[in-house]
Design a binder for this molecule. Structure first.
Ligand code: BGC
Length: 416
């Protein structure tokens, strides 16, 4: 009896102890499509399994522009969420405002320096301290295709060059189907644009024009060719594209209404959620001319300074969970991306993910690994916004000549 009551007291103490360190974790993200929602639900499950309360702060809008606006107002009013989906140079901008938490204790305990590629770790740090936790690696320069649509149109091989692509698109058009599924936000236009720039101009041109924003490259004959090709792609989209969300464009490919989509591999999350099998129902291939290159996009959560100790503990657990093997596997299986944590087994992943993992390593060696501008990996937000607008203006208005498009984009790139 005595023993039992002692046990009860001990249990009560343990429960009280864990309750004292459990906390609420409010997470701002923009993962609201079918595949994205399934992915983020896994993180929620892991956090709840650790006894924490998950407060979902989802702001719809692919690419995260809406989420970024909402985040600003929350931080300015002194009420930031525990974590927010922020990436690339924007992490540095937030850190320089002094609002991000230092994650070094977790990073050290969990050995992040050994588990991350250095290029990724550097982006997660501000002045040498970790302020964000990376989730995955998305490849952006993909082309998705519906196998049945290609068959119907008589396209027998996946196009590898832009000439082959336009020949295939013409056949799809003749078959009465939509060659290219496209949506209508500037980040979607730029996702296509940077794949065209990479395919037409190659890695060296991409780096000079879109990363270094070199005026000579931006006004070169290559840039003219890029815009001509880009406009030609537009000619194969449907009239209802403006305003359409990216996942609805993916759905057009899934539902055999359209043949191709240029989109990062979060699109694969939609194919998977719809029960489609790569290699059978659909094809993943590098965008024409980009087989030896890889535009990367690393999702990450920056953590904000919090006062409540329970919330701080929950935040540290969130950071540790994000880099843990359980989350890295299950999240990325649903999301379409690959784990960012090194040395993870790829056994459970499909062939598209295996290709991505292999190409990530080989392009890192060959120099073909480049950051995605469309997805906030490369340049400061002000210049990024300006060139995205200029590219979208050109895409949306066929009356703007190629020469003027080149001029406008080069001018926008000079925005400080
Ligand atoms: C993000 C992805 C997201 C996609 C569509 C990208 O910028 O990195 O995680 O799925 O936008 O919202």
């Amino acid at each position: 009896m005595l023993k039992l009551s002692k046990l009860a007291t001990a249990v009560a103490l343990v429960v009280a102890g864990s309750a004292a360190v459990a906390g609420e974790v409010e997470v701002l993200h923009y993962w609201t499509s079918g595949g994205e929602a399934k992915s983020v639900a896994e993180l929620k499950k892991i956090m709840q399994g650790k006894g924490h309360t998950w407060k979902d702060f989802a702001v719809a809008g692919g690419g995260g522009d809406n989420a970024a606006t909402v985040l600003k107002s929350r931080v300015v009013s002194g009420n930031p969420p525990a974590a927010a989906q922020i990436k690339g140079p924007a992490i540095q901008e937030w850190a320089s405002e002094g609002v991000l938490a230092n994650l070094d204790a977790t990073a050290k305990a969990e050995k992040w320096d050994d588990l991350l590629p250095k290029v990724v770790a550097d982006v997660m740090k501000y002045k040498g301290n970790y302020v964000a936790a990376p989730v995955n690696v998305h490849r952006v320069n993909w082309m998705w295709a519906n196998s049945a649509v290609l068959k119907k149109a008589g396209v027998t091989a996946t196009p590898k060059t832009w000439d082959e692509f336009f020949a295939a698109a013409e056949k799809v058009k003749k078959a009465g189907l939509i060659p290219v599924a496209h949506g209508g936000q500037n980040w979607q236009d730029f996702t296509t644009f940077e794949s065209v720039a990479l395919g037409v101009g190659g890695t060296k041109f991409y780096n000079e024009a879109l990363i270094k924003l070199d005026q000579k490259a931006l006004t070169s004959p290559t840039m003219i060719k890029v815009l001509e090709t880009f406009r030609k792609v537009k000619g194969y989209t449907d009239a209802a594209a403006p305003g359409r969300d990216w996942n609805l464009a993916t759905a057009m490919v899934i539902q055999e209404k359209a043949a191709f989509q240029f989109m990062g591999d979060w699109a694969k999350g939609e194919f998977s959620a719809a029960g489609k099998v790569p290699g059978k129902d659909y094809i993943c291939a590098a965008a024409p001319g980009t087989g030896n290159a890889y535009t990367f996009n690393v999702d990450s959560f920056a953590m904000f300074k919090l006062k409540d100790s329970g919330a701080q503990k929950a935040q540290a657990d969130l950071a540790a969970s994000i880099m843990g093997t359980e989350f890295q596997e299950v999240f990325n299986l649903n999301k379409g991306s690959i784990p960012v944590r090194l040395n993870m087994s790829m056994d459970k992943f499909d062939d598209c993910a295996k290709t991505s993992a292999k190409d990530f390593v080989s392009t890192a060696k060959s120099g073909g690994l480049v950051p995605s501008v469309a997805h906030g990996m490369a340049i400061k937000p002000a210049a990024e916004g300006a060139i995205k607008d200029a590219v979208s203006q050109f895409w949306n208005d066929d009356k703007i000549s190629v020469a003027d498009g080149v001029k406008n984009i080069a001018k926008a790139a000079a925005t400080k």
